[in-house]
Design a protein around this ligand. Structure first.
Ligand SMILES: [Zn+2]
Length: 198
């Protein structure tokens, strides 16, 4: 099974981090330390912090005393994650260079863990920085998707005025829109313009 190579909830957390920025609408949902805490609370798959730590039940956000510096660093990781997602299908070499650089800078280290589904590899950071922890996990997951499914599975929404990012883990891999709502909006607009030309 290909999906044994990556944790789908970590893949999704990378997409969710990129999508905390809505570039077309100019909205940003990662502007405060509180919002960073909320993001981590909503993504428990990103824990635990250190390879030596046992998996904990409590939310990931509770494990860090986060500062403005952490926020700035995570925002910088977000910029790279978004660039990888936006570029992968048109500039695979450029996206892969960003992934490799992100892995190196976060001192990413592969570790073996056992879970409900058996053994799996995960990538963790060799540092205690929150941003490095997120970078190692997310770039590790994106690297696995690229290696197993190809760079075309990463993308930005084809809907006008969107630019939401996605990773397509489906069987046929034909995703073009970030959400069904976006695909629906586009098909409704196409239908209207067919029926009301000019
Ligand atoms: Zn969209």
């Amino acid at each position: 099974m290909l999906d044994a190579c990556y944790d789908t909830s970590v893949v999704q957390s990378a997409v969710d981090l990129a999508n905390t920025l809505k570039p077309v609408r100019g909205e940003d949902f990662l502007e405060s330390v509180g919002q960073l805490h909320d993001f981590l609370d909503d993504h428990p798959a990103l824990g635990p912090v250190k390879p030596s730590e046992p998996a904990e039940q409590h939310a990931a956000g509770a494990r860090w005393s986060l500062t403005e510096e952490d926020l700035a660093e995570v925002r910088s990781v977000r910029e790279t994650v978004r660039a990888v997602l936006e570029r992968a299908s048109t500039d695979a070499a450029g996206a892969v260079a960003l992934v490799n650089d992100g892995l190196r800078r976060s001192r990413a280290t592969p570790v073996l863990r056992v879970g409900d589904g058996g053994w799996r590899t995960e990538v963790v950071s060799g540092t205690d920085r929150c941003s490095a922890h997120l970078a190692a996990a997310m770039f590790g997951a994106l690297a696995s998707v690229i290696a197993t499914l190809g760079p075309n599975r990463l993308g930005a929404c084809a809907g006008p005025n969107c630019r939401g990012t996605f990773v397509d883990l489906s069987r046929n891999g034909s995703k073009q829109y970030c959400t069904r709502a976006c695909a629906h909006r586009v098909s409704v607009a196409a239908y209207r313009s067919r029926n009301n030309p000019g």
